[in-house]
Design a protein around this ligand. Structure first.
Ligand code: XMP
Length: 538
């Protein structure tokens, strides 16, 4: 066993979506490919490589040497993985990957695969090595030159390399690993048992940097900003003089995608912003001001509040609500698109993590539908323009900042397509309830921003259950609404933890809501993580 068993490499093999192979490195920058053997930190490796200025993609381990060769990378990294190299069905190493003439770095399971394939001795140990470990460097080699002989590293494995393959040098050991690092300079093959990508390995980033800069000799010129020029050229080549439409939600992904496309083709792009009346306070105006007034992007803003309220009348079932909103959204969008004449292309703010999550290659068997434009169906007759397909969320934010997107939009927390309607729980989302929820949400955001916590939270919002409770205010009995505060931390919304907001802040939020909003007489805090809860209540 290596790595925590979070994903299964065999599941990854079944889930491969050809889509993931479509992302190719921006032209003219060096790339290092990370092959994913199902490890918990595989995505993080690619992320770290990018942080070091080298474009990197994570590909499923079984794409094969031919696919790797086609990309002409400067180097190859084999990730960790949850399996034992001896387990039936465990992913094997395609020996050809070691013969591509490019440097290879195996991490954890990746190193064990190399050792096993080239004649080293790998065995399952009685006791695994998980967490912090002390590394002793006996021979610095190329990876550890000038680094301390004793250093801390992060381990997560049970199988262990006992002897390196012939002609390889063992560089380091740790309490649980007789061979914790190895190299063959002649063959340009390196291996480390520990995880350089996690922060608990203090010299991890330096070691990765050595591999990239000195061993792969990769040019470190990639940055999220450099993708702007690259994408502009690609978008122009893709759409020529065709008309393009973009559903703008005000979220960071669609905003950045729209701006990039506008930079590329100017007024050939029209953005459609459907205000369904389920947005947060002032949100619609902010989007219109930024795009139409500031960036001069042709923008059709549709005030569709009445239509949506009509559609939501009498509906309390969550799924019916979602479906109704989705269907109405499509109708409004199609009507607007039809008015624009012949439109061939649709911009979507699909991110790299969306591609991976929908079966791309990490083995993350969580398939989530993404609603970048509120859930447009696939049979809409548009060709997709997806300029963010190669980027992680934080890189998208960097691109947004580079393009001059206001800070408020760049750092906006995620907001669901069906908006506030799915936060009015157990009852109908009426205009009156939506307005109350909007005000509650406004107070919450205001206080969280003032406390400097907005960016630390994945999401913070209010939920309005359709119940009333008894209270007492100014000697009088009240019978008012309960507001739930939901604040979570998360990396990707797949799992989340409830945020430990300071008590004083919670008190301030609760007293403002109760004092400023006549209908509210009770405020409660949701302390459920995900799983078992979801982030939203419906
Ligand atoms: P859950 O509630 O499933 O949410 O834990 C995970 C993340 O997805 C967002 N979410 C949605 N986003 N359309 C969206 O665009 C939707 O229908 C939708 N439902 C949930 C949610 O806010 C969280 O960030």
């Amino acid at each position: 066993m290596t790595d925590g068993v979070v994903t299964s490499a065999t599941a990854a093999a079944e889930l491969v979506d050809e889509d993931v192979l479509e992302i190719i490195a921006p032209r003219a920058v060096d790339e290092v490919v990370v092959l994913d053997y199902g490890g918990q930190y595989s995505q993080l490796i690619a992320r770290r490589v990018r942080e070091l200025g080298v474009f990197s993609e994570l590909l499923p381990h079984h794409v094969g040497a031919e696919e790797v060769r086609r990309r002409e990378p400067k180097g190859l990294i084999l990730s960790g993985g949850p399996a034992s190299v001896y387990a039936p069905g465990a992913p094997r190493l395609d020996r050809e990957l070691l013969e591509l003439g490019i440097p290879v770095l195996g991490i954890c399971y990746g190193m064990q695969l190399i050792a096993l394939a080239l004649g080293g001795k790998v065995e399952g140990a009685e006791v695994g090595e998980f967490g912090r470990s002390e590394l002793t460097v006996r021979e610095p080699g190329r990876l550890f030159a000038d680094l301390p002989a004793d250093q801390t590293c992060w381990m997560s494995h049970r199988d262990t390399v006992f002897e390196p393959p012939p002609d390889f040098t063992a560089l380091a050991s740790s309490t649980g690993s007789p061979v914790a690092a190895l190299e063959s300079v002649e063959r340009a093959i390196y291996g480390i048992q520990f995880h350089p990508e996690v922060v608990h390995t203090p010299y991890g980033q330096t070691i990765l940097e050595r591999f990239l800069a000195e061993i792969c000799e990769a040019d470190r010129s990639w940055s999220p900003e450099s993708i702007v020029a690259e994408q502009i050229a690609r978008i122009r080549a893709q759409v020529g003089s065709g008309k393009v439409i973009c559903g703008l939600s005000g979220g960071v992904d669609s905003s950045v995608a729209a701006l990039l496309v506008h930079r590329a083709i100017g007024d050939q792009l029209t953005c459609v912003f459907v205000d369904h009346g389920l947005m947060r306070k002032n949100e619609g105006e902010q989007v219109i001001r930024a795009f139409r007034d500031h960036f001069k992007v042709p923008l059709v803003a549709v005030d569709a509040e009445q239509r949506f309220l009509e559609r939501l009348r009498g509906v309390s079932d969550p799924e019916t609500k979602r479906k109704g909103i989705g269907a109405e959204f499509i109708r409004v969008f199609e009507e607007e698109a039809a008015k624009l004449g012949e439109v061939k292309y649709l911009v979507q703010g699909t991110l790299y993590s969306d591609v991976i999550e929908s079966g791309g290659g990490t083995g993350a068997a969580t398939i989530k539908s993404h609603h970048n434009v509120g859930g447009l169906p696939e049979d809409l007759q548009f060709e997709l323009v997806e300029p963010l397909r190669a980027l992680f969320k934080d890189e998208v934010r960097a691109v947004g900042a580079e393009l001059g997107l206001p800070e408020r939009l760049v750092w906006r927390q995620p907001f669901p397509g069906p908006g506030l309607a799915i936060r009015i729980v157990g009852g109908e989302a009426t205009k009156q309830r939506l307005d109350l929820l909007r005000e509650c949400d406004y107070i919450l955001q205001d206080e969280i921003r003032s406390a400097g916590l907005y960016r630390d939270l994945w999401q913070s919002f209010c939920v309005l259950p359709d119940i009333r409770t008894v209270g007492v205010q100014g000697d009088e009995r009240t019978y008012g609404s309960v507001v739930v505060i939901r604040a979570v931390t998360s990396d990707d919304a797949m799992t989340a933890d409830w945020a430990r907001l300071p008590y004083d802040l919670l008190e301030q939020i609760a007293s403002r809501m109760i004092n400023e909003l006549r209908d509210v007489n009770r405020v409660v805090l949701d302390i459920t993580s995900k799983p078992p809860g979801t982030i939203e209540w419906e």
